[in-house]
Design a protein around this ligand. Structure first.
Ligand SMILES: Cc1cc2nc3c(=O)[nH]c(=O)nc-3n(C[C@H](O)[C@H](O)[C@H](O)COP(=O)(O)OP(=O)(O)OC[C@H]3O[C@@H](n4cnc5c(N)ncnc54)[C@H](O)[C@@H]3O)c2cc1C
Length: 529
């Protein structure tokens, strides 16, 4: 017999398969020896009870042989001789998943990526972290796998299209991700594991006859009669195909400039900007797991060591602006995510074990059209210029070499320069300064007020032990590249398909991947008719 059962276990109990079997047996009134095995269907943490519990939904095999979980394997045909070819510009999650879906549909992808492969890219990241030297073509945003490769690898999305989400997670597993992403309520791959997965995707694309080229930065294209005729790369190569997927991400500002210059419609869109905050992870654990409640609880004290590093999610309306936490990384590192010289951008990541002593999160506020009045002469690029101006101020305030300007949290609120900064995970280093010199007033004030509210929601969060680092400016694209609502091509160019985060249709790895698949499917449908 197979039965779906929900269990509430202590964290230590959830670590042991034998103990899980014992709990299954007692919940169905059988002996542990009668349970031949189980599949985990869902796993989440309930931190509300006095001792946090792991909630497990399992499919138990009772008095019948156990069989391992059968993951669906998606097969990819040989497309070497395909009649249709599509150029995919950008090898981030949107571009990679688009290329794979094209292959599945019998179309040959030609992936053009401005950066380097994951391995060569790692050396450029080391140079940036250790010596503050940025390669504008190979960094945390540009290169194989895009911003997704050295990202945190949290695989959450607000999308409700469950089937599509499961397919993306299945594909990640097929290319080497741990199976647990299929059942964790908050799946996370970790920066250390993503490069292998991305490499396996590229090998699959090449094995099937797709092309995958590095160092191919698209800098121009020709078009006539509503269609792109050819595209040009910085190394003076030209390419042409039956369709073009533009998946260049939110940091490819040069692409927005090219489109704008050629009068190909782009639109300004709201985005978010702010800072990254870092607390000791032990402090976030003690707040979130309410360690104060466990002082007189012997079981709770024992269980502390089995709890995962705690996460949080915060939001507050301040003066009609939403201020919210973004991309929270338990056990993480603050990373330099700049793509241009003299512009400072930070973001965060964590390894799969989330075992760094710090907890960081973006704290950002929404930037709407009415905040961009002084940049309005830039039209659709107003948000981009606004972003850039803050990033430049942050770079200057840090004093160069991607050292980040920073302030203690209470000092930030009290507008006081910190005399000494606490330790910080940001490898290029931090420099004490007043962040009101960097952030626009309304951003600074909204975030300062939100910090006080956050301290009321999470007692202990508002503390001078925390460090505020500027600037978190690449949360989403400040520009949208419009597309036809049904056929998904650009309204002016029938063979150009804007895709992913840079085009304004995704926010994060999973939604970018889903958008990539959607665009590839739209192309396949067009030619199937
Ligand atoms: C440090 C960090 C941590 C993050 N953590 C998470 C997380 O935990 N979870 C999550 O969901 N998201 C996270 N993100 C965001 C996530 O990585 C992005 O949302 C996602 O990668 C967007 O996918 P995309 O394919 O649309 O664009 P991108 O990933 O930006 O890819 C665009 C690609 O296009 C290439 N390109 C750009 N211009 C050109 C050109 N002219 N010619 C050729 N190629 C070009 C770039 O080199 C890049 O490879 C993180 C990002 C960073 C930087």
């Amino acid at each position: 017999m197979q039965k779906t059962i929900q269990l509430q276990l202590l964290p230590s109990e959830a670590m042991s398969e034998n103990t899980i079997c014992e709990h299954i047996a007692s919940s169905v009134g059988e002996q542990p020896r009668d349970i031949s095995g189980f599949h985990i269907i869902k796993r989440s943490l309930d931190a509300r009870s006095s001792t946090p519990r792991i909630i497990l939904t399992v499919l138990a095999f009772i008095r019948e042989p156990y069989f391992p979980r059968e993951n669906r394997i998606i097969s990819f045909p040989d497309v070497t001789k395909a009649s249709k070819k599509v150029i995919v510009i950008g090898a981030g999650p949107a571009g990679l998943f688009a290329a794979l879906k094209l292959i599945e549909s019998g179309i040959q992808p030609i992936v053009l990526e401005r950066g380097k492969d994951v391995r060569a890219r790692r050396r450029d990241l080391a140079l940036l972290n250790k010596e503050g030297i940025l390669n504008p073509e190979s960094n945390y945003c540009f290169g194989e796998g895009g911003a997704g490769t050295y990202s945190d690898g949290k695989l959450y999305t607000r999308s409700t299209k469950r089937g599509n989400l499961e397919r993306i997670l299945q594909l990640f597993v097929q290319f080497g991700a741990d199976e647990n992403i299929l059942y964790e309520s908050h799946p996370h791959i970790g920066t250390n594991k993503l490069p292998h997965i991305i490499t396996a995707m590229r090998e699959q694309i090449r094995d099937c006859g797709g092309q995958f080229l590095f160092g191919k930065k698209v800098i121009d294209f020709t078009y006539s009669d509503d269609a792109i005729r050819s595209i040009k790369t910085a190394d003076d190569d030209n390419f042409s195909a039956d369709g073009y997927i533009l998946a260049t991400g939110h940091s490819a500002r040069d692409i927005f400039h090219i489109l704008n210059k050629k009068k190909i419609k782009i639109e300004a869109k709201p985005f978010a900007l702010g800072v990254r905050i870092e607390h000791p992870q032990s402090l976030i654990n003690s707040i979130q797991y309410r360690f104060d409640r466990l002082i007189h609880d012997a079981v709770g004290q024992q269980e502390k060591k089995w709890l995962p590093p705690a996460a949080y999610s915060l939001v507050e309306q301040v003066n009609k602006h939403a201020v919210f936490s973004f991309c929270m990384c338990p056990g993480g590192i603050i990373a330099p995510a700049s793509t241009s010289q003299q512009e400072l951008v930070v973001n965060g990541w964590s390894p799969s074990k989330r075992n760094n002593p710090y907890a960081n999160s973006g704290i950002v506020t929404t930037i709407e059209e009415n905040h961009l009045k002084s940049f309005s002469t830039h039209g659709a690029l107003a948000g981009l210029h606004f972003q850039q101006s803050v990033e430049r101020k942050a770079f200057e305030a840090g004093g160069g070499k991607f050292v980040a300007p920073a302030q203690r949290m209470e000092d930030f609120v009290n507008r006081k320069t910190s005399t000494r900064l606490p330790d910080c995970s940001y490898l290029p280093g931090v420099h004490s300064c007043s962040l009101n010199e960097v952030l626009p007033d309304f951003v600074y004030e909204s975030i300062a007020k939100a910090f006080i509210f956050f301290g009321k929601k999470m007692k202990g969060y508002y503390t001078n032990e925390a460090i505020v680092v500027a600037t978190e400016s690449r949360t989403s694209s400040p520009v949208r590249i419009p597309r036809d609502p049904k056929l998904l091509h650009h309204p002016q160019i029938r063979n150009l398909f804007p895709c992913g985060e840079g085009a304004g249709y995704a926010g994060g790895i999973v939604s970018a991947a889903m958008d990539g698949e959607r665009i590839a499917a739209a192309l396949a449908n067009r030619w199937a008719k």
